[in-house]
Design a protein around this ligand. Structure first.
Ligand code: PLP
Length: 351
């Protein structure tokens, strides 16, 4: 058995004739555009937004291609990586028939997106040290298993998944292995985007929402074979990345140095935060992090969470998540914000 994209594609998608927009049908330069029913007079704004955006966000992809060292034809851009997750379900999973594997504790959207698309979820929990249970995954795979979602560095645990284990899945699974690298910019581990020629069943997700500081723009990326990217483009809404997002993303992508400086600073702050947190009696464990957050096991997650909220400090309470009992997930903030957190925690005993 070996991987064959055509056998995992949904028949309705294989036969789909995609919507052809005005900007798809005429791509060149012209002086008069009367083809898309836009308002030719302009926008009631200081900037022009009266023309539909480039459906393929080509300029942004070209810049990303330079930064990432991956050809533009291997890049999909979505309205957040959440859109790429949804498109994976809609392209490859027949509702009520197919299933996907997730490895909790992990990012919640895989499951929500599966539920929206009426696709069965098979859960194979991570081990106690938050690594893959490869035997369990092998047992869970059946002929209708289309996708396996691996988040690395993982949210909410912060650790990276062992590369050899992911490679084992890539080499042996006949569906798609989706590696969510939302936090890769903070990690010491190597990205998988250079392995696209090696593995036809690899999909890597990244985003501009975290290290790039553009969560509000909603720009997510998927990296995969040209054939997979073509399917994504067929299924996506025609203008899924809006003009404001394309414009600002392009501008931001010129400031790689600024982002790299912030990453260094965030990692420094993370290490300082970990050291400071270790001093508290109620901190039982702090898990090693390759991301811009730390997962902290405490003696009373609900109590500390509530206390911090009252001080105006919001962390993520993961107490109810299996394998994360007692845990708070804390994003690394600015030095001032981290100090505010530590100072409040110091006063916890007195209150
Ligand atoms: C934050 C996050 C994302 C980002 O999603 P966007 O829709 O691109 O903002 C994706 N995956 C994981 C694991 C995340 O934590």
């Amino acid at each position: 058995m070996s991987f064959n994209l055509n056998t995992i594609l949904r028949p309705n998608i294989k036969n789909l004739k995609p919507y052809s927009s005005a900007r798809d049908e005429f791509k060149g330069e012209a002086s008069v555009y009367l083809d898309a029913n836009e308002n030719a007079f302009g926008s009631p704004l200081s900037q022009a937004f009266h023309r539909y955006p480039d459906p393929m966000a080509y300029a942004v992809k070209m810049r990303l291609s330079e930064i990432k060292g991956v050809p533009a034809r291997n890049i999909f851009l979505g309205n957040g990586s959440d859109e790429a997750i949804d498109i994976l379900f809609r392209s490859f999973c027949n509702p009520g028939v197919d299933n996907v594997i997730i490895v909790p504790p992990t990012y919640g959207m895989y499951e929500v997106s599966a539920n929206i698309n009426d696709v069965q979820i098979k859960r194979v929990n991570l081990t106690e040290d938050y690594q893959l249970n490869l035997e369990g995954i092998a047992e869970a795979i059946d002929k209708n298993t289309k996708l396996i979602f691996i988040c690395s560095p993982n949210n909410p645990t912060g650790n990276s998944i062992k590369r050899e284990d992911i490679e084992t899945l890539l080499a042996n699974f006949n569906g798609l292995v989706v590696i969510d690298e939302a936090y890769i910019n903070f990690s010491r581990q190597k990205t998988f985007i250079q392995e696209l020629t090696e593995y036809a069943n690899l999909v890597v997700l990244q985003t501009l929402s975290k290290a790039w500081g553009l969560a509000a723009l909603r720009v997510g990326m998927a990296f995969a074979s040209e054939e997979i990217i073509e399917i994504f483009n067929k299924v996506k809404p025609p203008y899924n990345v809006n003009e404001a997002s394309q414009k600002f993303a392009l501008e931001a992508l010129r400031n790689v140095d600024q982002v790299n400086d912030w990453i260094k600073e965030i990692l420094k702050e993370r290490d300082a935060l970990v050291l400071a947190l270790r001093n508290f009696d109620f901190v039982i464990d702090i898990y090693p992090s390759d991301a811009n957050f730390v997962l902290v096991k405490t003696a009373d997650a609900d109590g500390i969470y509530k206390y911090l909220t009252e001080k105006g400090i919001i962390v993520r309470n993961r107490n109810k998540v299996e394998l994360c009992e007692g845990c708070l997930r804390i994003t690394v903030g600015t030095n001032k914000e981290n100090q505010a957190l530590i100072n409040s925690l110091k006063k916890l005993k007195d209150d």
